[in-house]
Write a protein that binds this ligand. Structure first.
Ligand SMILES: [Zn+2]
Length: 292
C-alpha cells in the first residue's frame, strides 16, 4: 500500500493533469439543491470552464423532498444522477452533500462540511445565495457560506483539513428579493453565447424542470408532451429577467452599445466578507468583463 502511494505521488509530480495547476483559477458554487447553481450561474460556469478554470458545484442538500409523488432515498438517487449528467453538460464536477432537503438548518455540522469543501477545492472564488431568500434551504445555505467565509482560514477549525492559504472572494447569486435590501449587481456576465448549452444542462434535471417545479407552480399543462420540444420551452421558462440595475451593470462592463443589446445575463454581488476584489482583480478573474 505504501509503495502504491509513492507511485501515485510520483505520478502526480510527473503528469501535469494529476497535479493541481497552481495558476489555475478555482471556483466553487454552493447551492441548496441539485439544480440551484445550475440556474443561478450555469452560464458563467460554462464560460469559466471554457477558459480552463476548475469549477465545482455543491448542493448542500440531496434534494429528497423535491417532488410531488416521489421522495426519500429513491428521489435522492434520481437527483444525484441528474446532477452528474448536468455537471457533464456544464463542464463542472458536481458534489451533493447528504443532508435532507427542506430540513436544512445552519448547524455547526453543516458549517464544517462547507468549510471542508471550500478548502479541499482550494477555491479562489466562492458563490452562494444571499441569506434572505424565500426558501429556508436557500436562506440557510447563504448563512452557512457566510459562517464559513472567515473560518476557512482558521487552522484550528476542522483541523484535519489544511486551512485555505488565502481567503477567497465570496459572491452572491442574483435574486429578486427586496428586503432587507435588494440585490446589487456588481458584476453582470453576458452568457448569450452559451445560453443554449445552459438550457441543455438544465434539461438534465427532468424531475425538477418538467415535473416538480411545474406541479408546485401550477403550470404542469405548459410542459410539452413531446420530449424534443422541451428544451425550447425550458429556454422561455428559465431565462433570468434583466432588471434596470443589471442593465446598468452590463453597460458599465461591456460598454453602452453592447451592454444594451445583451440578451442573456447572470449577475453577482460581492459579499463584504472574504477578500474584497478591486476592479482589476475582477477583470483578471472574469476576462469577459474586459471586452469594453
Ligand atoms: Zn433550490
Amino acid at each position: 500500500m505504501k509503495h502504491l502511494l509513492y507511485i501515485l505521488a510520483a505520478l502526480a509530480i510527473c503528469v501535469p493533469s494529476l497535479a493541481q495547476n497552481n495558476n489555475q483559477i478555482r471556483v466553487i458554487m454552493i447551492g441548496a439543491h441539485p439544480d440551484d447553481c445550475d440556474q443561478d450561474a450555469g452560464g458563467t460556469a460554462i464560460l469559466l470552464s471554457q477558459l480552463g478554470y476548475a469549477v465545482k458545484f455543491v448542493a448542500v442538500t440531496n434534494g429528497d423532498a423535491g417532488h410531488q409523488s416521489e421522495g426519500g432515498g429513491q428521489l435522492a438517487k434520481r437527483r444525484y444522477a441528474e446532477a452528474q449528467e448536468a455537471g457533464k453538460r456544464f463542464g463542472v464536477t458536481y458534489d451533493v452533500l447528504d443532508n435532507h432537503d427542506g430540513e436544512l438548518v445552519p448547524s455547526l455540522d453543516v458549517r464544517l462540511q462547507i468549510i471542508r469543501k471550500i478548502r479541499e477545492w482550494n477555491a479562489d472564488i466562492v458563490m452562494a445565495p444571499r441569506p434572505n431568500d424565500y426558501h429556508p434551504d436557500h436562506r440557510y445555505t447563504g448563512v452557512l457560506v457566510q459562517d464559513a467565509a472567515y473560518m476557512v482560514a482558521v487552522p484550528n477549525i476542522a483541523a484535519e483539513t489544511p486551512p485555505s492559504k488565502k481567503n477567497p472572494i465570496f459572491l452572491y447569486f442574483q435574486d429578486f428579493f427586496q428586503r432587507p435590501n435588494p440585490f446589487r449587481p456588481d458584476i453582470a456576465i453576458d452568457i448569450s453565447s452559451v445560453f443554449d448549452q445552459k438550457i441543455h444542462a438544465l434539461d438534465a434535471h427532468a424531475s425538477q424542470f418538467y415535473e416538480w417545479l411545474p406541479w408546485i407552480g401550477g403550470y404542469s399543462e405548459q410542459v410539452p408532451k413531446n420530449i424534443s420540444d422541451r428544451e425550447k420551452w425550458l429556454a422561455t421558462n428559465r431565462d433570468i429577467r434583466i432588471t434596470p440595475e443589471v442593465k446598468a451593470s452590463l453597460e458599465k462592463w461591456y460598454g453602452k452599445d453592447k451592454g444594451a443589446q445583451i440578451k442573456h445575463v447572470e449577475a453577482f454581488e460581492i459579499c463584504e466578507y472574504g477578500t474584497q476584489p478591486k476592479e482589476e482583480d475582477l477583470k483578471r478573474l472574469f476576462p469577459m468583463l474586459r471586452m469594453k
